[in-house]
Design a protein around this ligand. Sequence first.
Ligand SMILES: *Cc1c(COP(=O)(O)O)cnc(C)c1O
Length: 542
Amino acid sequence: MRIFTVPEAPGSTLNRLDRDISANLAGFLQEHIVAEETDLAIIERDFHDTEIPEAPVFVSEQTRFLLDKVVAQSVHTASPNFVGHMTSALPYFMIPLSKIMIALNQNLVKTETSKAFTPLERQVLGMLHRLIYGQSDDFYDHWLHHSENRLGAFCSGGTVANITALWAARNRTFGPDGEFPGIGRSGVFGAMRHYDCDGAAVLVSERGHYSLAKAADVLGIGRDQMIAVETDAYNRVRPDALIATLKRLKRQRIRPFALVGIAGTTETGNIDPLDSLADIAAEQGIHFHVDAAWGGPTLFSDRYRPRLAGIERADSVTIDAHKQLYVPMGAGMVLFREPSALGSIEHHAQYIIRQGSKDLGSTTLEGSRPGMAMLVQSALKIIGRQGYAMLIDNGIQLARRFADRIAVLDDFELITEPELNILTYRWAPTGLQALLGEADNALRQRINDALNRMTQSIQKTQRERGNAFVSRTRLTPAHYGGQAITVFRVVLANPLTTDQVLRELIEEQRQIAGETLESADFAELKQLLDTEHGKARSGERR
Ligand SMILES: *Cc1c(COP(=O)(O)O)cnc(C)c1O
């Protein structure tokens, strides 16, 4: 009874913690999260007990445990020095607003459990739809709260958004036809027989997000049928390779039902030539989906919006709200150009989500869903278009300056230029870079292997020290003849990250590299480097 009625006393541990977070979010995180990394195996010891406690644990005791063992050992994603992933700082107002959302505990599956939250969610979908497609006032007046249609689906993130888009594309391509009830009812076997083909496929560049492969798997077309198309030197899909792939699929009697363009690849932040892709999709009559989970909010910026030209021709677009809309984890959206598109995946049940109701649950993959749209609407209003434009411009310009700086440093090599706010680089002194340029394949491979181990080692050591964090990934840049290289990946979305923070980050990496080079593992690399230095010095003398 008490936990549902009597709140904690004002002086309790939980209450103090609650006040501290509200008063100073950044300070709270800074104070309670331990920067230096503890081995996961050690942390696991605090979570080994699978016995559910027989007798209740005091709230204050559990709060203490959370502070010491969970908060302390979590990752400081809001730190300006944490520039390795797409999870960044939150505006302070998200904390109290989230509390209101959770207190109300609405369920968006149907209006009976969400009331105002349903039109609110539709409004948010309309706002993002307008950002992408920019239809007329009449269009939105007509469709925004339409009972049979909706402009998109709100979900937990980019993965579910991508699955939803491809689900609709699949069901529209292999839809009802004469006696055939459609793939949604008959399943994949029946659809292949009726449409006289040996398989179905989705095309995306080799930089496509792994959520697309999950989609191909759950949609029953098979992961191998998520076809990875070659990219150019800028990590953008090659239209000629795309056309060749489409021809091959035709010969193999495999029917492509969606073409996916990426607006902001997860690893390098590059944008596919969306206009060319739209042309190809239109010509072939296939669904054109744009995965703008990361890059979508670039549309707010008058300056950088042109980089996404062609997105308005997409049949569907994924945008993650928990990335560059600065909303807490667990919010994504897929928008459809045509309000009727989601009809192809509609499901009904008698006790809820009845036909003709305004319930949003009939066209979402998930069932029960929280009122996250309230946080997206608040962010859109409080930050506003101009605010988002500032955030976007700031991130892209910071990335540009950082890339320019790396390019002139003697001991670092820029690997991918930032098109948005993501770039990759590695530690590689100019001497080694020159040697890589002249070396035969075998030597080049040995140097790259050693540099890969070096990148890995620097990244890990830096993370463990806890002052700064970059992530790493593997790329195969054209100028190294297809050899895979390990690179640092930097994502610049935190408005508190400054040029100074990045200078210090590089300085620490340089220092770690110097220390690492002394270990026996890197003897050959050190020797090569010394020889190159010697050559360079004698060159100077001459
Ligand atoms: C992050 C991301 C996804 C997946 O989104 P989640 O929210 O992690 O499910 C899909 N595509 C791209 C391009 C992304 O950056």
